[in-house]
Design a protein around this ligand. Structure first.
Ligand SMILES: Nc1ncnc2c1ncn2[C@@H]1O[C@H](COP(=O)(O)OP(=O)(O)OP(=O)(O)O)[C@@H](O)[C@H]1O
Length: 601
């Protein structure tokens, strides 16, 4: 109950904060709406009493009252509709801003890699569109129904206290049942969330341009569609089961209320026949019974929806509350002058996973470069995620100029790092914007964008596009008037774009390059590495690569194997040691000779 109260207060706060005048108007409309049915009943009674007793004043009062209500009601219905729509719009602006601020405020990746968080996020996203408005509207709706029921209760009491009590007691089980049903429905929504998420995933995959080639070549359409439909059927089965329970409960309780109203009506008709009351009184009683029945079913609907909406809104409140800035702001990361140090770092993605890093210790002195090599899954990219503060080390410390990075403000730390990730993004934006996302402060400085593109060796290719740097790099949003407007780059060109993004942050203290040239041809790779080693100069550099010819210039080379450092040293030392590095280097060099000269050494 305390949680329900908290959620309603939060929804009302969003409503009032987004549209204060609309909230005030809604309260007025609620009171007017709640009093209207009883006013209609009493004015009708006045007319009937006037007609039977020839009382002109009563007839005039009744007709004037009904006429006024007849005029006001439709106008107020339109005003109310407008106020609701305007409130929805303003609340949506507020909730979308709040939700996406919270999502991007998460400093790490742990939440985003958690499927439970994605379910909550999906529900929170849905809730942000309607829940706060619906909850506050329901709160007002319940208020309106209670005013109507209260005023009619007083009316029925005038004629027969016990019958009035019976009518209201009959409504009690309905209300209790609705609260139970709302809980069941909430639990059902949580069970169906993962099913709908997977259904959306398969649907998205079927529509994804990047997946289109493999889906067609491997004939995956039917397979993926089958999985999508399986998830949809499973989710709908849960919904159907819930709807059938609601049908049984609601149907029985509605019949009970109907029977009780019928008994009450028979009692009142008998009372009038026995001379205790007039035809006008009977009209009011009939109106009261009908109104109470309507209001109870209105309340039932409001409460049924309120329970469900509250659970959905709860996800919104939880998601937006998490990821807020810490109460005590962390100190900013200082400029890197000494270096970056890993001190006995152990890491696993969760307690259920195996260790990925097992006691890794190394230092990248400022001004020097470290190259990390090792087989697939050795933990190389995980090192990058830890340096960027996406995950904290499970044990051990990473120091940035001597300071533990978990104690530093992550935003300021990342501002001092530039990186190309192995799984870099290809944004469906213009070529200019695709580079500018590396440092949005350069968005209005074409000179910096072009310089970065030149360093990454992609400037010529971008100039040759139909609209140069303004060409949109996707065919998904093509302009019908100009079909050449959208262009798709090659894999290697996209990799250069990712490099250009990293080059744009030319003031960064640490440059991280994770497989920066895996998609480039041999000549291009050589050229790019020449430029990148110039870029690394005068700062700390971390290069991860499977192509050992690209790492030989690094000051220190580290071979990672199953999360531990197998060997380290510069190229010459490692070759002399004749260990794993030397073995791999010779293997690759022989492959290269076969490729280039057609001879084996
Ligand atoms: N988000 C994650 N959650 C759980 N396990 C993960 C996650 N990311 C990576 N791993 C696991 O961590 C291990 C190391 O992965 P990592 O990407 O660091 O390897 P890598 O050395 O960069 O490999 P590659 O050369 O193939 O890029 C792998 O076993 C991988 O399955």
């Amino acid at each position: 109950m305390r949680r329900a109260g908290f959620l309603i207060r939060r929804a009302l706060a969003i409503h009032v904060g987004a549209a204060p005048w609309a909230a005030a108007l809604s309260v007025v409309l609620m009171v007017v709406g709640g009093l209207t049915p009883v006013a209609v009943a009493w004015f009708t009674r006045a007319i009937i009493e006037g007609l039977t007793t020839r009382g002109t004043t009563e007839i005039v009062t009744g007709v004037a009252g009904l006429g006024l209500l007849g005029l006001l009601s439709p106008v107020l219905a339109h005003v109310s509709h407008y106020v609701e729509r305007e409130t929805e719009r303003r609340v949506l602006v507020r909730t979308q801003a709040e939700l996406f601020t919270a999502v991007s405020a998460h400093p790490g990746l742990a939440e985003l890699e958690d499927s439970g968080y994605h379910d909550r996020l999906r529900l929170a996203g849905e809730a942000s569109r309607y829940a706060p408005t619906q909850l506050s509207t329901m709160f007002l709706g319940v208020g309106q129904e209670l005013i109507t029921i209260g005023t009619f209760a007083a009316t029925l009491m005038v004629w027969s206290g016990p019958v009035a009590a019976l009518v209201f007691l009959a409504a009690a089980p309905t209300l209790v049942a609705q609260i139970r049903l709302a809980r069941l429905r909430g639990a059902m929504l949580e069970r169906t969330a993962p099913l709908f998420r997977r259904q959306a995933f398969y649907a998205g995959l079927l529509l994804d341009m990047r997946a289109a080639k493999e889906i067609r070549l491997f004939g995956l359409g039917g397979f993926l569609r089958g999985r999508m439909m399986r998830e949809l059927h499973a989710a709908q089965d849960q919904e159907r089961r819930q709807d059938r329970i609601a049908l049984r409960v609601d149907g029985s309780l509605a019949a009970l209320t109907g029977v009780v109203s019928l008994i009450a009506l028979a009692v009142f008709v008998r009372q009038v026949l026995n001379g205790h009351g007039t035809v006008g009184d009977l009209v009011v009683v009939i109106a009261a019974l009908a109104a109470v029945q309507m209001s109870v079913s209105g309340l039932v609907q409001q409460l049924a929806m309120a329970g469900e909406t509250m659970i959905m809104f709860g996800h919104y409140v939880d998601v937006t509350a998490a990821g807020r800035a810490p109460a005590v702001p962390l100190p900013e990361a200082p400029p890197l002058r000494r270096g970056l140090e890993f001190d006995d770092v152990w890491f696993r993605y969760s307690p259920d996973h195996d260790w990925v890093l097992r006691g890794v210790t190394f230092t990248i002195p400022y001004g020097a470069s470290l190259a990390v090599v090792g087989e697939n899954g050795a933990g190389k990219s995980t090192l990058v995620k830890l340096i960027c503060g996406f995950h904290p080390p499970t044990r051990g410390v990473i120091r940035w100029d001597g300071a533990d990075i978990t104690g530093l403000d992550p935003v300021s730390l990342r501002a001092r790092i530039s990186a190309t990730f192995q799984d870099f993004m290809s944004y469906e934006l213009s070529a200019h914007d695709n580079i500018a996302v590396g440092d949005v402060t350069a968005a209005d400085d074409p000179e910096r964008i072009v310089t970065a593109a030149r360093t990454a060796g992609v400037d010529d290719a971008l100039r040759a596009l139909p609209r140069g740097y303004d060409t949109v790099l996707t065919r998904a949003f093509t302009d019908e008037a100009d079909p050449s407007a959208g262009v798709v780059l090659s894999g290697g060109q996209w990799q250069r774009m990712a490099l250009a993004r990293a080059c744009l942050r030319d003031g960064a203290d640490l440059l991280i390059l994770d497989e920066p040239s895996s998609g480039l041809d041999v000549a291009a790779e050589h050229e790019i590495h020449r430029r990148l080693s110039a870029l690394r100069r005068g700062r700390a550099g971390l290069l991860i690569s499977h192509r050992l010819n690209t790492v030989r210039d690094a000051d220190l080379i580290m071979v990672l194997h199953d999360g531990t450092i197998l060997e380290q040293g510069d190229h010459a030392a490692l070759m002399a040691a004749n260990g794993r590095y030397a073995e791999l280097f010779r293997l690759q060099a022989s492959g290269y000779d076969v490729l280039v000269t057609g001879t084996t050494p």
